[in-house]
Design a protein around this ligand. Structure first.
Ligand code: ATP
Ligand code: MG
Length: 455
């Protein structure tokens, strides 16, 4: 969803844009979704301005396949609704029209205009996410300069198929450069989520963040505390399920943004002396990236399970040492870490519940006697919990022999399974040896990171 663009200094508004005529740019209608074209043509027919804008134009210019197509117009949301039967208006603070074509949604945004700031009080309210005037409509020139990065502010005009560039976005695309429009610090303060967007686009596009756009990232991480936890969850999914999650993680840590979002995890990573917590997160993210590149399913339950595991594990060990039984220790540790995390990033229940199941199954996977293993493999979350264990073993935190045992158990026949679960009483509960590098040999199976069944 497009986010509010506010309060760019009027000085920044370029009076005359660069207009690149149809023969001089590489955007072809053949690469634009049919539905997006329908929306553009229909608006034009009704004598409105209609442009493709944002990530769609940017990605087409870079030769990438756009994730979605956004349209900008001078028609108000109500006017857009009158033109399209299959249209819904969404959002209160930032009103938008969604035109539905089966599963494809074309987002149509009305040009945003200049909002005149009345000073501090207004700015503060905006920092807290309470935007007073988010639906002031304006001209295309104003709209362009309220967008975040120059490369996201290019318009493809359906009237003559030209490209319109108010912010030197084309130059930045050619240079592989991510640059905020206007004064970077002011733009981050207006909407701190732009810091996360900077990291996401830098990783996804392989662009360098221009120094003035980059500098405030080292200093403004604390502003994320003011963002609604539900919005942060959405943004984190875009960041970590982009296919470039490992790079994103490294950059977020470099700027101190990760610690703001996952303070308990960052504490563990910052004082770790054994290597495996970092190895575990990195491997988990690399694995998710790989799955995404192979078009396999991924789920936030596994992702957040990985990101929060180390603080959960440490609290679990402390509760164990304090005399709690394993199940109870895990329950207490998970509840504690989840409660702290929830105040920052709201993980919806449909993901946090399976995430906690993945964790609570970790100690249960150590019990290999009698009927328990047979019951455990039929658990809906078994596959994810097993993948999680494999990841732990590969990072040097869990016993590789245990992971290998479960690999064999899944492949074994009924008779073999019975034999495997017989020797229980004699089997020692081996505590894994902690390794410096975390580079243990895996149990011979690639962890998949799957959680959804049948994925
Ligand atoms: P992608 O869809 O590939 O993730 P995108 O650039 O299209 O990237 P969207 O979130 O779909 O990103 O937003 C569409 C456009 O709306 C952006 O390109 C940008 O012009 C504008 N936009 C979105 N969020 C913001 C924001 N927080 N501040 C300013 N402009 C924004
Ligand atoms: Mg988009």
């Amino acid at each position: 969803m497009q986010e509010p663009f506010q309060n760019t200094s009027p000085d920044a508004i370029a009076a005359t844009p660069l207009i690149v005529p149809r023969p001089d740019h590489g955007i072809s209608r053949a690469n634009i979704s049919e539905n997006a074209l329908k929306v553009l043509y229909r608006l034009k027919q009704e004598n409105f301005q209609a442009h493709l804008v944002g990530g769609g134009v940017r990605d087409l210019l870079l030769g990438h396949e756009p994730k979605d197509f956004d349209v900008a117009t001078d028609a108000t949301p109500e006017e857009v609704r009158q033109v399209f039967r299959n249209c819904r208006l969404i959002g209160r603070r930032f009103r938008l029209a969604h035109v539905h074509f089966g599963r494809e949604i074309i987002e149509v945004a009305t040009f945003r205009g200049t909002t005149t700031s009345d000073g501090d009080e207004n700015d503060r309210q905006m920092e807290n996410g309470r935007i007073l005037r988010d639906n002031t409509y304006g001209t295309i020139a104003e709209d362009a300069l309220r967008r975040d990065f120059t490369v996201n502010a290019l318009y493809y005009n359906i009237a003559d198929f030209s490209l319109i560039d108010y912010a030197d976005g084309l130059e930045d695309i050619k240079a592989g450069r991510l640059r905020l429009i206007g004064d970077p610090e002011q733009r981050y303060r207006e909407d701190p989520v732009r810091m996360l967007r900077a990291v996401r686009f830098a990783c996804k596009l392989g662009f360098t963040i221009e120094p003035q756009t980059e500098q405030p990232l080292f200093e403004l991480a604390h502003l994320l505390a003011d963002i609604a936890p539900a919005r942060l969850f959405d943004e984190l999914i875009k960041l970590f399920h982009s296919g470039y999650g490992l790079g994103v993680f490294e950059k977020l840590r470099q700027y101190g943004l990760f610690g703001e979002l996952f303070p308990a995890t960052e504490d563990c990573l910052a004082r770790e002396d054994q290597g495996f917590p970092l190895t575990f997160v990195s491997r988990g993210l690399a694995n998710t990236d790989k799955r995404l590149h192979e078009d396999k399913s991924v789920t936030p339950a596994f992702l957040f399970g990985v990101l929060l595991w180390e603080p959960v594990r440490q609290r679990f060990e402390e509760y164990l040492a304090g005399g709690e039984a394993a199940n109870e220790a895990m329950f207490l540790a998970a509840s504690e870490i989840c409660a702290r995390q929830h105040a920052l990033v709201a993980i919806p229940k449909r993901f946090s519940l399976p995430m906690r199941e993945i964790w609570s199954m970790q100690p249960r996977l150590e019990q290999r006697d009698g009927k328990r293993p047979q019951r455990l493999v039929t658990h809906p979350r078994f596959r994810a919990a097993y993948d999680f264990l494999v990841l732990r073993a590969e990072s040097g935190e869990a016993d590789p022999e245990l992971a290998a045992w479960w690999t064999r158990f899944q492949e074994a026949s009924g008779q073999e399974r019975a034999t495997m679960t017989e020797g229980g009483a004699k089997r020692r509960r081996r505590r894994p040896r902690r390794r410096k590098t975390g580079d243990t040999a895996g149990p011979g199976t690639e962890p998949t990171g799957v959680v959804e069944r049948g994925g």
